[in-house]
Design a protein around this ligand. Sequence first.
Ligand code: NDP
Ligand code: 8X3
Length: 313
Amino acid sequence: MFFNRAYHQSIAVLRQFASPYPRISAFPRPLTSVLGSSFRRTMASAMAKRLEGKTIVITGASSGIGRSTAREFARTAPKDLKLIVTARRIDALEELAKEIKEEVGEGVKTLPVKLDVSNPEEVKNFVPSLPAEFQDIDILVNNAGLVKGVAQAPNIDPEDINIMFATNVTGLINLTQAVLPIFKKRSDGGRGDIINIGSIAGREPYPGGSIYCSTKAAVKSFTEALRKELISTRIRVIEIDPGQVETEFSIVRFYGDKSKANAVYANCEPLTPDDIAEVIVFAAGRRENVVIADTLIFPSHQASPGHLYKKPQ
Ligand code: NDP
Ligand code: 8X3
């Protein structure tokens, strides 16, 4: 009874956190300070139990949100978890696997796999080339993605257009198609989680981001259609839409120019990749009949891509 009430209160807090409307504080103090440490232990163990034994694929795990998500899953279910961390930079993935082992021990088995999601052949070979003990995937976090430049039509580099669509859209769709047959073999029409990382950019397009915003709008459409197509199954299709998060995202956008990237986050407090990782793991850790279908997550100074408060200097 206590757990049920606490659980519903935690959902209320998440809804408030995800609301696109101005914040109305249902809980002026943090939930954990209201409910105390026994609540924290109950929640942690319920989530850990639901996640224990799962095999999780995370794309774009060499940096930012993907990297934090791998660590957050490991911390939440440290006793028994298999993580397949993928990206193009294998060294960074190997370093991540080492860090996870040092932090949580042997209960989490982390497999680094070099995978360029924009390469259809690599995606096709991904599942068949996994060691047998990692093939029974339960959760796919489609996180790999990027933005290139701020050019406006008619001056957008065709190369940039191709890489953004091939990574953010075709890569995400191809990997989903590679993993879905594993989910669909399970009982009740299938079970498993597809967690797609969209963006506020997919909801509110802005000048200088026409291609990136189009790719994230495509992610939204694909995600919503897929949820409807899988309605008779236990497969959960989840979209997480962050606002501004400080990662390597802007460094990539400005082709490696760190001073331009730093200017994006100057005089304000962006979200951290850990903030988004917590929401991803929370969504995956719900009871099977609960689908956190859609979330929009802003830092408190942001209300749309262009509506950002910067402290006067
Ligand atoms: P980062 O640049 O820090 O991370 C991007 C990750 O994607 C890296 O691990 C990179 O790895 C990987 N990646 C890029 N291209 C490919 C590819 N072709 N194949 C495989 N992996 C690839 O940025 P974020 O963590 O911020 O980005 C993660 C996701 O979050 C993206 O989908 C982004 O669009 C989305 N997002 C980000 C926001 C932000 O403000 N930062 C806001 C809203 C959404 P590698 O280079 O090693 O391949
Ligand atoms: C990243 C958010 O607004 O920089 O997806 O495009 S934005």
